[in-house]
Design a protein around this ligand. Structure first.
Ligand SMILES: *Cc1c(COP(=O)(O)O)cnc(C)c1O
Length: 388
């Protein structure tokens, strides 16, 4: 789309995060890297091969369309699992290419059996069960019919996993609900094992459950946000910190490192006199003579207009405020405090520069969003590059 800004994807940060997560889960548990939402804004085509180079062999996507993209940039050794949407006409493609997918209702189960019959190959299924999230999943009163169907179609259907999703492991407020889910999941496992044997993977954990609840790890964990270097919530970070408080008065250093850094450059600089309005309308008036830099990133590039007169970027290591309204393709930044700022200087939108950092978190408190949403909103069209 444009080269007015660029996103660096850090190999070293990813290696650190994966190392940390692997240590948490131990050698007996598989790690599935969740790369839905264009790899949480990092870009599937950049992130997936990098993660594979870093030893990841299992990837989870939301849709068949994302699976198609991941498939195109993987070596063939890695597994792909579709957690959500597949149109019926895409099921054959998934089966032909050994791509596993969730089944959570009778309709998809039948469609899978029919497609497998046509393709002449076994479908790899992860059966999602309802445990209290109430989004998708087989209800307990459907287990009998489901297991019978799987047994009847054993030639064409392989149950590779039994899974569920927890309703908000990132907040203690949900503990009671999650404990009930764990109990229901345990019952579902017993039921399926009694009828189909124990040859399937059990998995329930997202990042928060992976970081906080060892008993939720089972055979595989589905880790999204943490591998990119973010805590699922402030509360998860605090709970982790309470359990791993450093000795004495040493500073807590987060084991999660941000993989993404988004930067642009100053396009032009100008002096503004006291009393002049800056940009469209009258939302910003210079209270003193000041120096203003134009940066070629606007809401078209994913820098929200709601950050007008609110957001910050880094210039020469200093937090510099956005002044006036964010335009479609540009924003103006007050660089009065950086007297040497000039055309071509790097501008950091997310990430660090010198000793300063603009975190996704600092966006969130301004836009009342969550880090997940802020990340995935970074447009797919911004150039991405893998750096060491
Ligand atoms: C998104 C998602 C995950 C990963 O969640 P994170 O909080 O980003 O780790 C895991 N499982 C399912 C089913 C998901 O949809």
């Amino acid at each position: 789309m444009n080269s007015s800004s660029c996103i660096d994807i850090s190999r070293k940060a990813l290696q650190k995060n994966l190392g940390f997560i692997r240590k948490r889960i131990g050698p007996g548990v598989r790690l599935s890297s969740v790369v839905k939402g264009n790899a949480y804004g990092h870009g599937i085509e950049h992130f997936v091969p990098l993660a594979e180079e870093c030893g990841v062999r299992h990837f989870s996507v939301f849709s068949a369309d994302e699976a198609y993209r991941a498939f195109g940039c993987l070596s063939g050794e890695s597994d792909i699992l579709i957690l959500g949407d597949i149109r019926d006409e895409q099921i054959e493609w998934a089966i032909e290419n050994d791509i596993a997918f969730y089944v959570f209702d009778r309709g998809r189960l039948r469609a899978a059996a029919e497609a497998a019959e046509r393709v002449g190959k076994k479908a790899r299924l992860h059966v999602e069960v309802e445990t209290g999230f109430h989004r998708t999943g087989f209800e307990p009163d459907e287990f009998e019919e489901t297991t019978a169907f799987l047994l009847d179609h054993g030639e064409r259907l392989r149950m590779e996993g039994l899974c569920t999703h927890l309703a908000g492991a990132e907040s203690t407020a949900n503990d009671f609900r999650i404990q009930k889910q764990q109990a229901s999941y345990g019952e579902a496992c017993d039921y399926f094992r009694a009828r189909l044997g124990a040859g399937f993977l059990r998995h329930v954990a997202c990042s928060a459950a992976t970081l906080l609840y060892r008993e939720a790890h089972f055979d595989l964990v589905r880790v999204g946000i943490a591998q990119y270097g973010y805590w699922p919530s402030e509360e998860t970070r605090m709970r982790y910190l309470m359990e791993h408080r450093p000795e004495g008065n040493k500073r807590f250093r987060s084991p999660l490192k941000r993989v993404l850094r988004w930067h642009s450059r100053i396009m032009s600089v100008k002096e503004v006199r006291e009393g002049d309005f800056v940009g469209y309308g009258n939302s910003y008036m210079a209270a003193r003579s000041m120096k203003v830099a134009a940066v070629p990133v606007g809401y078209f590039h994913g820098f929200s207009r709601s950050l007008s007169n609110l957001g910050h970027v880094l210039v020469q290591g200093k937090r510099s405020p956005v002044v006036g309204l964010v335009n479609m393709n540009m924003m103006l930044v007050d660089v009065t405090e950086c007297p040497r700022a000039e055309r071509g200087d790097e501008v950091v939108i997310i990430g660090s520069q010198g000793r300063s950092e603009i975190s996704v978190q600092s966006f969130i408190s301004l836009t009342r969003s969550v880090n997940y949403e802020t990340l995935v909103r970074i447009p797919a069209g911004v150039d991405r590059v893998v750096v060491e």
